[in-house]
Design a protein. Structure first.
Length: 244
């Protein structure tokens, strides 16, 4: 079944992953797992240089139809991030924005500067992929979803182990979506979210080429989903969000 991968990266990370970090490797994984489009943010932008990393993604988007682009923004540098959004959003192949809570940005989702950054994103974009590590971040994102109803928020990593509880927040907010890539196995998350929210609020994301897409696919293949539900998760929901 063909797929749209909503969570991929271009570039070298601070992990020893042989062969990773290149467009060629992304395309190899796309071919192996029947991924027709891969929405990509820059490892360089996240770890070190926002402007150079976004430019690297833009070059890949221009050269390869399978690669879609996220503009990375940093709530520590709001004015500079707005320049990046205005530079790339609207260009062919760019489908949204990527932002980090905590971790690499050092800014929590409920911080004033994060809220200000989200407001700028909502003004210029309709899709925002957010690294979402748990209930605290999800609660803040639910508030932003209410405040900015035209902004579709993809919760990268799906609030991890808090996903079953977060499902109750998401079910009344049609502009919030789960995406379940993670580096550990945990049964029941997908099943619980489908039970509460339906498959309409889940998109497929793999975190490649940090992670192998088959790892995340296994969560869905083992969750007892119907073919119709898999079609929504693997392709249709993201195609709608990205207006493909």
């Amino acid at each position: 079944m063909r797929k749209i991968d909503t969570h991929t990266h271009l570039g070298i990370w601070n992990f020893p992953i042989p062969g990773a970090g290149t467009v060629d490797n992304l395309l190899r994984l796309c071919e192996r797992y029947d991924i027709s489009r891969a929405a990509c943010s820059s490892g360089l932008a996240i770890l070190y240089d926002m402007e150079a990393g976004n430019a690297e993604v833009a070059a890949a988007v221009a050269a390869y139809e399978q690669i879609l682009g996220y503009v990375y923004v940093n709530p520590n540098y709001i004015a500079e991030s707005v320049i990046e959004l205005e530079r790339y959003l609207g260009e062919p192949g760019f489908v949204g924005t990527k932002i980090y809570t905590g971790g690499y940005s050092g800014v929590s989702a409920d911080a004033p500067e994060f809220e200000e950054m989200v407001a700028e994103v909502a003004r210029l974009s309709t899709v925002m992929l957010v690294h979402t590590g748990g209930m605290a971040a999800a609660k803040a994102l639910a508030r932003y979803a209410d405040k900015h109803p035209t902004l579709n928020i993809i919760m990268g990593h799906g609030a991890v182990s808090d996903a079953p509880a977060v499902a109750d927040l998401v079910k009344t907010r049609p502009n919030m979506y789960f995406e379940f890539c993670s580096s550990f196995a945990e049964r029941g998350r997908v099943e619980r979210v489908v039970e509460v929210c339906g498959a309409e609020q889940i998109v497929f994301g793999s975190d490649m080429d940090l992670l192998e897409p088959g790892w995340t696919m296994g969560m869905f293949e083992d969750a007892g989903l119907s073919d119709e539900q898999k079609q929504m998760v693997y392709y249709d929901n993201a195609a709608r969000l990205f207006e493909l």
